[in-house]
Each structure stands twice: as C-alpha cells, then as structure tokens.
Design a protein around this ligand. Structure first.
Ligand SMILES: Cc1cc2nc3c(=O)[nH]c(=O)nc-3n(C[C@H](O)[C@H](O)[C@H](O)COP(=O)(O)O)c2cc1C
Length: 152
C-alpha cells in the first residue's frame, strides 16, 4: 500500500468573479471531486476566497499524485503552486472526501470578528492552514489565528 501524504496548493480561478458563476462552478467541482476522491481514498478541503483556490488533499501517495496531475491541468484555474507536500502520520480530514470552507468563515477565524485588516492567505504558514480549516469544520467556536499560532 502506498504511504499517506498531504498536499496543500494555491491557484488562481480563471472563472468570472461573478457570484453565480463561481457558485455554479464550485458546485460542479465539488460534486465531481467528492465522488472521485471517495473512491480514490482521498480526503481534504477546498477554499475559494477572493479569486483564489486553496486546497488541501491527503491520501495514498500514488492516488494523490494522479489527482494532482488532473487538477493541475484543469482550465478552471491556473498558476497552481504547491505550498506543502509532505508525508502524514494520520489524516486531518478523515470524514471529508472534499469539504468546502467558505471565505467568510475563514476570514472570521483568521482575523477575529470586528477586525478590519485584510486577509492574506498566501502568507499563512502551511502548517497552520490545516489545523485552522479543521477547526472551522469541527468547532462551533472557531479559534482565531493568534490562538492557532500561539499553540503551534
Ligand atoms: C480547484 C479545483 C479543485 C479540484 N479538486 C479535485 C479533487 O479534489 N479531486 C478530483 O478528482 N478532481 C478535482 N478537481 C477536478 C479535476 O481537475 C478534474 O476535472 C477531474 O478530476 C476529472 O478529471 P478527468 O476529466 O481527467 O477524469 C478539481 C478542480 C478544480 C478546478
């Protein structure tokens, strides 16, 4: 059996930044990806924020490589840049073939409520990203970035 690995990448959406277009495209991507990931034993999370995709995937190395190959060739985004690719001891998202975290949830948890600063996900350390997304998916009260960084 091939070993467990995790990949985090960012890319730029090539879709029109129109809420309906993006919403429809996200639904299409998620529906196809969830079915495929489930049968490939891949799990993970997709984030769309301000024209950027951030996706964390985990699974057997060979399946992950094949999936990343298809994703990188997808015309719905460009500039795929891998931020982290590493072996993993255990899955962070075992219950999600592909969860989707909204930009609003992420913005709130990164900046805390009432903070007007802009969100710069590209600057977020890759090893903070996964725990942050997991916190958003699992906890009703999501810790903000300052809390995450202190406990990292
Ligand atoms: C941002 C983004 C994320 C995607 N995530 C996945 C994924 O997690 N798993 C997957 O199988 N396909 C994913 N896709 C779709 C693939 O790029 C591809 O269209 C799909 O796997 C079908 O490939 P095929 O037509 O070559 O069979 C994603 C596409 C985009 C644009």
């Amino acid at each position: 059996m091939s070993s467990l690995q995790t990949v985090l990448y960012q890319s730029r959406a090539t879709l029109l930044p129109d809420a309906e277009v993006i919403g429809g495209a996200l639904d299409d991507i998620l529906a196809g990806a969830r079915a495929r990931n489930a049968s490939d034993r891949i799990s993970g999370v997709l984030v769309y924020a301000d024209g950027m995709f951030f996706q964390l995937l985990e699974g057997p190395a060979d399946a992950l490589q094949a999936t990343m190959g298809r994703i990188a060739a997808d015309r719905r985004h460009k500039g795929v840049r891998v931020l982290r690719h590493a072996p993993a001891d255990a899955r962070m998202f075992p219950d999600w073939p592909l969860a989707c975290v909204s930009a609003a949830n992420l913005r709130e948890s990164v900046m805390g409520s009432g903070n007007g600063a802009s969100m710069d996900l590209e600057r977020l350390p890759a090893d903070v990203f996964a725990p942050l997304l997991r916190a958003i998916l699992t906890a009703p009260g999501v810790p903000n970035l300052a809390t995450m960084l202190r406990s990292a």
